[in-house]
Design a protein around this ligand. Structure first.
Ligand code: KG4
Ligand code: ZN
Length: 367
């Protein structure tokens, strides 16, 4: 089976062709995986500008789409399903991908698998052996991928119950999967998402965009215990998160002590901020994993690229739940890409429908 997936929920225009063989133990072969990043476009604004994102998606989609098929060496006629991110995300960005998918599906008589972006992040952990597969992360017109950029993987033999901690620029959610296709939201952020908090913290200090990678790079050599920052809701009995208070506390600290933005203090300030976020996520995830006696704890989403979070969550799982398996996607599949959408679509192919029934939904729920 061949699935062509399209992802445009935020600021990455992405397409992928996934070949699936075998039924009970599916094998995935990523025939192509192209991501056209818009970081340069949004950088001057310190965040994603939805209208610009949509304009770029509309401009880039035909180029990314053609290149994806060319690299996969597959003709569109041979594709079995078109998968597209239906939501959640920025509505005008989503519409760009959805309209593009509708046009192709209508023109070539294909069925569409509408796919949830959060499910995509979750299913990035269903790809095994990902080191072989480097997605092409570039502007749409960049040069072609080498053959080693594509590779074979098997579905990851994930055991349920599976607890997912999805942390990205738009989401911080603890999602329990008791079995394939069943999603129970145990908790989510009440205000800013973890990635958003990193981005806003970086913007406040004039460090650039996106903030997460910049802050975590600076934090690497910093002392995370130096500046006292709060751990919002760490002791609350529920599984919700709140990072807006942390951002405000950091802002007040910065206003009171402007020297923290100086080079020799900045790395400690970044490390202290990062540690506050990591502490809350690790503590709540471990508590939920124990309560629901899960067999798998899986970290995903853009913030799962954070080395400290990956390491400290993995260490905590090993120590506190030695029989539980810890998963995190290969770094290249942490931020938005279309391969994760193709994998999620494969496991949701029962939802395949006509292009006529497809629309975008900014607040699409996981069901
Ligand atoms: O999943 P993603 O690509 O887009 C959304 O669905 O939101 O996540 C992007 C987010 C941004 O907020 C970015 O700052 C954050 O992921 N991020 C990181 C790191 N790399 C990306 N946050 C912390 N540490 C990182 N290394
Ligand atoms: Zn995402």
């Amino acid at each position: 089976m061949l699935i062509l997936a399209i992802e445009t929920s935020c600021d990455d225009t992405a397409c992928s062709v996934l070949k699936i063989t075998g039924n009970k133990k599916p094998k995935f072969k990523i025939l192509s995986n192209v991501v056209s990043s818009q970081i340069k476009i949004h950088k001057p604004y310190g965040g994603v500008v939805p209208t610009l994102a949509a304009r770029e998606h509309i401009k880039n989609l035909p180029v990314v789409f053609r290149r994806t098929l060319r690299e996969a060496k597959v003709k569109i006629e041979k594709i079995d399903y078109i998968a597209v991110t239906q939501g959640p995300g920025l509505i005008i960005a989503l519409w760009a991908g959805v309209n593009f998918a509708r046009d192709i599906a209508q023109k070539y008589g294909k069925k569409i698998i509408p796919t949830n972006h959060i499910a995509g992040h979750i299913f990035s952990n269903f790809i095994e052996n990902p080191a072989e597969m480097n997605p092409v992360r570039s502007r749409a017109h960049a040069k072609s991928a080498s053959p080693k950029d594509r590779g074979v993987a098997t579905s990851n033999g994930v055991k349920f119950p599976m607890l997912n901690i999805v942390v990205s620029g738009g989401h911080t959610e603890l999602i329990l999967m008791k079995k394939m296709g069943s999603y129970e939201i145990l908790g989510s952020t009440r205000d800013d998402a973890a990635g958003e908090a990193f981005d806003k913290f970086a913007k406040m200090l004039g460090l650039g965009y996106p903030g997460g990678p910049i802050v975590s790079k600076l934090a690497r050599k910093g002392d995370p215990t130096l500046y006292p920052l709060p751990r919002p809701m760490i002791a609350s009995k529920d599984y919700d998160f709140s990072f807006s208070g942390l951002k405000t506390a950091a802002l007040y600290f910065f206003k009171k002590h402007p020297w923290v933005a100086e080079k020799k203090f900045l790395l400690h300030f970044c490390a202290s901020f990062e540690q506050a976020i990591v502490d809350v996520i690790v503590s709540k995830t471990i508590r939920a994993a124990k309560e629901y006696k899960v067999k798998t704890v899986a970290l995903s989403g853009g913030v799962s690229a954070n080395q400290k979070l990956r390491h400290q969550l993995e260490t905590a799982v090993k120590k506190e739940l030695p029989k539980t398996r810890f998963l995190a996607p290969d770094r290249k599949f942490t931020t938005d890409n279309a391969t994760m959408i193709a994998v999620a679509a494969y496991f949701n192919r029962k939802k395949a429908t006509s292009w006529k029934n497809l629309d975008a939904d900014a607040n699409l729920e996981l069901i």
